[in-house]
Design a protein around this ligand. Structure first.
Ligand SMILES: [Zn+2]
Length: 299
């Protein structure tokens, strides 16, 4: 589907599908009214942790329901292990990460790592997952990532963004009556457009928790990713030392755009913030204004 403006989308819905107007009504959800239901979607069983663990922990602490979904089982992400053995190990790591973060659920779909394509079959898996979670928010990668699995996860979620409200698509799972808000994780890719945050969250008070979640991803943080980077020999063996090493190597400078987004929310305190996660609104799905986003997202 080509990009549509909201009036075009309304026209399509009225002329083709006879869906009641309440589907796209601009009503708001107040975090104090109800528990928000958030689903973060990543290609691999550590992607949501890397991009969203801090904000997820804050949402969870505030009583909201967060689910992480990995679209592949991660069975290619290691230098010596592979296949079912690796997939099982990584699944166990996701469950430990979820436990440490206090999120409601971490699901891993059984698609092969490194072989993801934006197929109808996987699109339907994603539609099903978003509907079953009754998501208010869906968070996913942008579609200009270096890794094809990340890129196609972005495409698959975009492809699901409208279909989650269409009852005749995946009829076995009731369609959502209200389109979720779709957002993107922060990335550093500059083409075709640099990431422009719509909301940023300080992680300074949950940074140790985020590192604790990543620390549960032993096969990735201490084995595969350092091996890919040619620095496996730098990883300390002592558990406390390697957690410190992880915190140091996972720290990133905050970009000027994200710093500006932090200033909007935190005022003068933003200058002191050392760790943050940031998110951009997708043009599909429901689009809350800046004030509503500020109210939804934890501080
Ligand atoms: Zn990944």
């Amino acid at each position: 589907m080509e990009t549509m403006t909201r009036p075009e989308l309304f026209r399509l819905m009225f002329c083709c599908m006879s869906i009641p107007v309440l589907l796209t009504a601009q009503s708001t959800i107040s975090p104090s009214d109800a528990k928000l239901r958030i689903i973060a979607i990543g290609a691999h069983p550590d992607d949501c942790d890397i991009k969203f663990a801090g904000t997820a922990a804050k949402f969870a602490k505030a009583g909201h329901l967060v689910k992480f979904l990995s679209v592949t089982n991660g069975d290619a992400g290691h230098q010596t292990q592979r296949g079912v053995e690796l997939a099982q190990r990584r699944r166990a790591e996701t469950q430990e990460s979820a436990r440490r973060l206090g999120i409601a659920e971490y699901e891993v779909l059984n698609n092969h790592d490194g072989m993801l394509t934006p197929s109808l079959e996987v699109r339907e898996q994603i539609i099903r997952a978003i509907r079953q979670w009754k998501a208010d928010f869906v968070i996913a990668p942008r579609t200009n990532d270096y890794h094809p699995d990340h890129r196609y996860t972005g495409v698959l979620v975009q492809d699901a963004a409208y279909m989650v409200v269409v009852p005749n698509v995946v009829p076995g799972v009731p369609a959502l009556r209200r389109n979720p808000v779709f957002m993107y994780y922060e990335d550093n890719f500059q083409e075709p457009t640099p990431f422009r945050p719509d909301v940023a969250v300080s992680l300074d008070d949950v940074w140790d928790l985020k590192i604790s979640a990543l620390d549960a991803q032993v096969s990735q943080m201490y084995e595969w990713l350092p091996w890919v980077d040619g620095r496996l020999a730098d990883v300390p063996t002592d558990p406390a030392a390697r957690r410190q090493w992880l915190s140091k190597t996972r720290s990133r400078p905050i970009s000027p755009a994200v710093r500006a987004a932090l200033e909007k929310r935190y005022g003068a305190d933003a200058a002191q913030i050392q760790h943050a996660e940031a998110f951009k609104l997708c043009e599909y799905g429901r689009r809350p204004d800046g004030e509503e986003l500020d109210r939804f997202f934890p501080r």
